[in-house]
Design a protein around this ligand. Structure first.
Ligand SMILES: [Cu+2]
Length: 188
């Protein structure tokens, strides 16, 4: 009897451990995007829960040196779509900045606006991004079934003088699958 309860105890803790792992950390592929759609992989970003929020650790290359607008966008897609003026536009299928509270305000990672506003991504003079950024209001769970976007220009964490931080075109994108989807892939 005691043996049985010991075994079920072990099974329960193993299950808990694997469930925790699924939502604690995940790696997503990042693709260059253009009006033709999602192209080659330029590296990956590791997402990880910490006591201080969501830590995003990039391992990317082939980007323009400098700071880039970096956000969680609403839809899990990096495909191009026609904009209002009829032009195919890179990664437009991803929708706008993730904003579940419908604040419609681009206020940066430390403000009260879009929940998807991340700290800017730093790219070194060789075109590589490796510096981690921390998003205090987010978690791995919260960003599942969304996309992560890198813009051509920087981000001033404001809608002024330009909307959405002024970063302009979308240059790279990755889809954050739900943890169930990534587990199914691991089993394949
Ligand atoms: Cu964006």
């Amino acid at each position: 009897m005691r043996y049985v309860s010991l075994l079920s105890g072990i099974t329960a803790s193993l299950l808990l451990a694997s469930a925790a792992q699924a939502s604690d950390s995940m790696e997503i592929d990042i693709h260059a995007v253009s009006a033709d759609g999602a192209g080659e992989t330029i590296g990956s970003i590791t997402l990880e829960d910490t006591d201080h929020g969501l830590l995003l650790t990039p391992d990317l290359s082939g980007l323009e040196p400098g700071v880039h607008g970096f956000h969680v966008h609403k839809n899990p897609s990096c495909e191009a779509q026609e904009n209002d003026s009829g032009h195919m536009t890179a990664a437009l299928y991803a929708g706008g900045h993730y904003d579940p509270e419908e604040t419609e305000s681009h206020d940066g990672p430390y403000g009260d606006g879009h929940l998807g506003d991340l700290p800017v991504l730093n790219v070194d003079e060789d075109g590589n991004a490796t510096l981690p950024v921390l998003a205090p209001r987010l978690s791995v769970e919260e960003v599942q079934s969304r996309s992560i976007m890198i813009h051509e220009g920087g981000d001033n964490y404001s809608d002024d003088p330009e909307a959405l931080g002024g970063g302009g075109s979308r240059v790279a994108c990755g889809i954050v699958k739900s943890s169930e989807e990534s587990e199914e892939e691991d089993e394949e």
